[in-house]
Design a protein around this ligand. Structure first.
Ligand code: DGL
Length: 267
């Protein structure tokens, strides 16, 4: 069992990629919807939320954790890795840097990195990319309304989404040719983003994150017909979470509520 978490349903875009390359991997997913969005919170609060969630996973006996949240990854990863020494923790920012470097090795890219305010403020992605590709011109942009819009169930075609995408990014049309989706909710809006930016290559760090998880975990022994068990938990309202999750995953899932936040113990 591996634990995967996000502020809400965005991390399901990472679950999708994990399931493509590790179809028999058991997963316990936690969406912290009662405390979403994460993107405007300070580092101390985000570390505390991450600590509680990872403690919950540990009580469930997970062997690794995927922080399927760019905001937690860019603010809390180092600290929580130290605190949970010995537990493999995989983030989304380092895989995002790797994926950008891989594309840059094939093409001349002019990238923009979009993410939550906390992720952009941390500057982590830009710093790590500059270490690998010192000459690259990187644009960065905070898009704070996208994650709450996704949590509200708004889709690509919703006028509010297209309006926000225009406002955030229209001035970059023609200046960039690659877009790094630095928040795990954003792959849900690629149509709207493509409409604004035109001919653009999307870098979805979820793909490289799933790959990093597979490398950490190694191949799991499986027999034919072996099926993964996926347990879904939310700190918010399970019915609403389940409805959104069904749309994103394209299949039914039952969701349990886990409200024991602050104590760090499981129900
Ligand atoms: N999906 C998250 C991320 O990758 C969190 C977005 C939010 O809650 O603001 O950053």
């Amino acid at each position: 069992m591996i634990g995967v978490f996000d502020s809400g349903v965005g991390g399901l875009t990472v679950v999708q990629e994990i399931r493509k390359i590790m179809p028999t991997q058991d997963i316990i997913y936690f969406g912290d919807t009662a405390r979403a969005p994460y993107g405007g919170k300070d580092t101390e609060t985000l570390i505390s939320h991450g600590r509680e969630i990872i403690s919950f996973f540990v009580s469930k006996g997970v062997k690794a954790v995927v922080m399927a949240c760019g905001t937690s990854s860019s603010t809390s990863f180092e600290q929580l890795k130290r605190e949970f020494d010995g537990l493999p923790i995989i983030d989304t920012i380092r895989p995002a840097v790797l994926a950008t470097c891989e594309l840059a090795a094939q093409k001349d890219i002019k990238p923009v990195f979009i993410a939550t305010s906390a992720t952009i403020k941390s500057g982590l992605f830009a710093r790590l990319l500059a270490q690998k590709l010192p000459d690259i011109k990187l644009y960065t942009r905070a898009c704070p309304l996208f994650a709450p819009m996704a949590e509200a169930g708004l889709g690509n075609n919703n006028p509010l989404v297209t309006f926000a995408a225009e406002n955030y990014l229209a001035d970059l049309k023609g200046k960039v040719n690659a877009l790094i989706l630095g928040c795990t909710h954003y792959p849900l809006f690629t149509d709207a983003l493509g409409e604004v930016l035109g001919d653009i290559i999307f870098i979805n760090p979820a793909v490289a994150t799933a790959r990093a998880a597979k490398e950490q975990l190694g191949a799991r022994q499986c027999t034919e017909g072996d099926k993964a068990i996926i347990e879904y938990y939310t700190s918010g309202e399970p019915e609403g979470f389940g409805d959104l999750a069904r749309v994103i995953l394209g299949e039914g899932c039952s969701v349990e509520q886990w409200k024991n936040l602050g104590g760090g113990t499981s129900q």
